[in-house]
Design a binder for this molecule. Structure first.
Ligand code: PEP
Ligand code: MN
Length: 264
């Protein structure tokens, strides 16, 4: 069902308030790795609105390699995120980690993110097949393109056709970067599937200074959008500061992404 053989026309998702994801527009989504405080959200939201970005990412349930690392503000943080985003016309993209969270998070999110560690959590995918909100499905840490499409098929065949595929880098033998951003996946996914394809260069390379060029390359490779991490002071971010852009870097990237998109 997610194949071009089944649907030739590209799928375009309409999130309302003029926000669309899919062919014809460049979807931009940015925000901190983790939601930390109201003051932090206020600053990020102001930055995004100043730059014409209406989609904000931010985790409240964080999958961390160490149990001692910051694991997110949970539902209380999400409720604050929702209240502040609604007041400003911003849409929320945030990660859901388990089946029981789908229902409790439902009314407070605009897009459910499935993280790379959960791409093959088939119970979670089944549960998301039953909701009426878009799902941003990340490629698994060591997942093939075919496995990503198979995971998308779970959600789609469950009845939820609002899906976005996300390349975020895979684990390879290379250790110079956090992951290996597989830009090959972009044209291949676009050819195989009618679903929108976006790229996350932040997790894809994991090194702040190299995020912008990889984001631009992803757009030239045919991505329908970019999701990346930004924070007022990346050095103090609760997670992933090393790959997070400050607001000046972020504003410059947004300008360049729009210019490059027009060249396609
Ligand atoms: C994130 O978006 O902050 C995240 C944890 O991403 P991934 O699942 O791609 O590692
Ligand atoms: Mn992160």
């Amino acid at each position: 069902l997610v194949s071009r053989k089944w649907r030739v026309q590209p799928t375009v998702l309409d999130l309302g308030d003029g926000v669309t994801i899919g062919e014809g527009t460049l979807a931009l989504c940015a925000g901190p790795c983790s939601i930390e405080s109201e003051a932090q959200m206020e600053k990020v939201m102001t930055h995004l609105l100043e730059n014409g970005v209406q989609l904000m990412r931010g985790g409240v349930f964080k999958p961390r390699s160490s149990p001692y690392a910051f694991r997110g503000l949970g539902m209380e943080g999400l409720k604050d995120f929702h209240r502040m985003a609604r007041a400003r016309g911003i849409k929320i993209v945030t990660e859901v980690m388990q089946v029981s969270q789908v229902e409790e998070m439902h009314d407070f999110v605009d897009v459910f993110q499935v993280g790379a560690r959960n791409t093959q959590n088939f119970n979670l995918l089944d549960a998301l097949g039953g909701v009426d909100k878009p799902v941003l499905l990340k490629r698994g840490i060591s997942g093939t393109i075919e496995e990503l499409l198979s995971s998308a098929e779970y959600v789609f065949s469950g009845g939820n056709e609002k899906l976005i595929l996300c390349e975020r880098g895979i684990r390879t033998f290379e250790t110079a970067s956090r992951n290996t951003l597989d830009l090959n996946a972009v044209p291949i996914l676009k050819e195989k599937s009618h679903l929108p394809v976006i790229v996350d260069p932040s997790h894809g390379i994991g090194i702040r200074d190299h995020v912008p060029p990889m984001a631009l390359a992803a757009v030239l490779a045919g991505a329908d959008g970019i999701v990346y991490e930004t924070h007022e002071t990346p050095e103090t971010a609760a997670s992933d500061g090393q790959q997070t852009l400050n607001f000046d870097e972020s504003a410059k990237l947004i300008r360049n992404l729009r210019r490059v998109y027009k060249l396609r």
